[in-house]
Design a protein around this ligand. Structure first.
Ligand SMILES: C[S@@+](CC[C@H](N)C(=O)[O-])C[C@H]1O[C@@H](n2cnc3c(N)ncnc32)[C@H](O)[C@@H]1O
Length: 251
């Protein structure tokens, strides 16, 4: 079973190894008015602040909900203006109509949406926005020699970790899941394709942050980079689903 505290146990590596989100995603959030100076945003599963930092830079007032104490400490040190609540999204207490928007960056698959969606509906103002995005580490449309090696490493797993909920590429299923109960309606879904170069050490660190990957597997990925000349270009895909709070709940 995957462990939600995996990231907290690797907080220092997480902060330096995880790449940021693509510029196009931030531009879109600004263009639709979700991100602007003074907007009150609650972020669930903030980690060490990979998404939180650009929110703060854009002038938002951010409340970050992060259950991992080591990650929360890093977030506080990195972004002192952020109110950090060391809680799960399911357990945290939020005041009614306290936020203009909510965001979840590569963390929606860790949340119990049956609990979180009604809580968030209460915590947002009428017309509030809910942006959910996620990076898929390995764009299936971009084959590379390194990705072939990654697939070989994963295929050797005897007991692959399982997780409930839609697959990471199934945006339509995620949009349906976020619409359950008619508390939120989908505005749009978008995909952003981008790439980043990594050394073998950077690949080892990054893969250590993935909850399904063991240390031996991360070492094998780093070795594959060395065998391919010491540097690889990784092609990633980030998706964004923008939801809007439905203003009247079903009877
Ligand atoms: C893959 S990390 C993403 C962190 C950060 N948002 C980012 O973009 O790098 C998933 C995060 O969700 C957090 N998390 C796991 N279960 C959670 C829950 N029930 N409520 C809130 N956060 C949770 C983890 O501690 C971790 O920080």
């Amino acid at each position: 079973m995957v462990d939600p505290m995996h990231f907290d146990a690797r907080a220092e590596i997480y902060e330096r190894a995880r790449p940021p989100y693509p510029e196009a995603l931030w531009r879109r959030l600004c263009a639709v008015g979700l991100l602007a100076p003074g907007v009150r945003i609650v972020e669930f599963g903030a980690g060490s602040g990979q998404a939180t930092a650009p929110l703060v830079e854009a002038g938002a007032e951010v409340t970050a909900v992060e259950p991992g104490p080591a990650l929360a400490a890093r977030l506080r040190a990195r972004l002192p203006s952020v109110r950090v609540l060391v809680e799960t999204a399911e357990a945290v207490a939020l005041s009614d109509a306290a936020f203009d928007a909510a965001v979840v960056a590569t963390a929606v698959h860790w949340l119990d949406l049956d609990v979180v969606l009604p809580k968030l509906h209460r915590a947002l103002v009428p017309g509030g926005r809910f942006a959910v995005w996620r990076t898929v580490f390995g764009d299936p449309t971009a084959r590379t020699a390194f990705r072939d090696q990654v697939e070989r490493i994963v295929a050797r797993r005897e007991d692959p970790p399982r997780r409930s909920g839609p697959g990471e590429l199934d945006t339509a299923a995620w949009a349906r899941r976020l619409s359950v109960g008619d508390l939120f309606t989908e505005e749009f879904t978008e995909l952003y394709r981008w790439s980043v170069d990594f050394s073998s050490d950077q690949v080892r660190d990054l893969f250590l942050t993935f909850s399904e990957w063991s240390a031996a597997e991360a070492d094998a990925a780093a070795k594959a980079v060395d065998e391919l000349g010491g540097q690889v270009t990784e092609h990633y895909l980030s998706w964004l689903i923008l939801m809007k709070r439905a203003d009247s709940s079903p009877a």
